[in-house]
Design a protein around this ligand. Structure first.
Ligand code: S3P
Length: 168
């Protein structure tokens, strides 16, 4: 079994992935963390020193690696589904779930987040709103290729577990 959780920054992929891994007896892989350990650099460092294109190539490489792991639940970075044919790769190699959390919740969480995200660093609340709105519109068609879409303010682990069980 291989599950991919996809969705915009702040939609809760990592939190959900961690709690699902315990309930479903799978290993949790956070693709961003895996990438940082694999290349011995943090994501902000990669963006600053090598640029976004280099980050996306590294992201693709690690996605190919985790797409061959067994019994994992993978939380991808928010942009991962939207570059190369990453979405097709995930759909081919696992069960993809899009966590479609509303924009207001995303804005709230991203404004209060502690981790550094290069794409939104230094944006004012108004700039952040405009940025999220625009980027979500571009990314939505990729996210919507997922096998399943869960929508809501608070998506519960139980909802995902039910889905996964139904699928078997
Ligand atoms: C990105 C999202 C981040 C991380 C990188 C780029 C994006 O992951 O991969 O900063 O393009 O949306 P999270 O979605 O886990 O924040």
């Amino acid at each position: 079994m291989r599950i991919f959780l996809i969705g915009f920054m702040g939609c809760g992929k990592s939190t959900m992935g961690r709690s699902l891994a315990t309930s479903l007896g799978l290993t949790f892989v956070d693709l961003d963390t895996y990438l940082e350990e694999r290349f011995f650099k943090t994501i902000p460092q990669i963006f600053a020193e090598e640029g976004e294109d280099a980050f996306r190539r590294k992201e693709r490489k690690v996605l190919e690696e985790v797409a061959a792991f067994d019994n994992v639940i993978v939380a991808t970075g928010g942009g991962a589904p939207c570059f190369f044919d990453n979405m097709d790769l995930m759909n081919r190699s696992g069960f993809c779930i899009f966590l479609d959390v509303d924009i207001e919740t995303l804005i709230y969480r991203l404004t209060h987040a502690r981790i550094e995200r290069p794409l939104i660093k230094g944006k004012s609340p108004d700039e952040l709103r405009e940025f999220i709105d625009g980027l979500m519109q571009k990314r939505r068609p990729f996210y919507e290729k997922a096998h399943y879409i869960l929508t809501g303010k608070e998506i519960l682990a139980e909802q995902v577990i039910e889905l996964v069980k139904k699928k078997d």
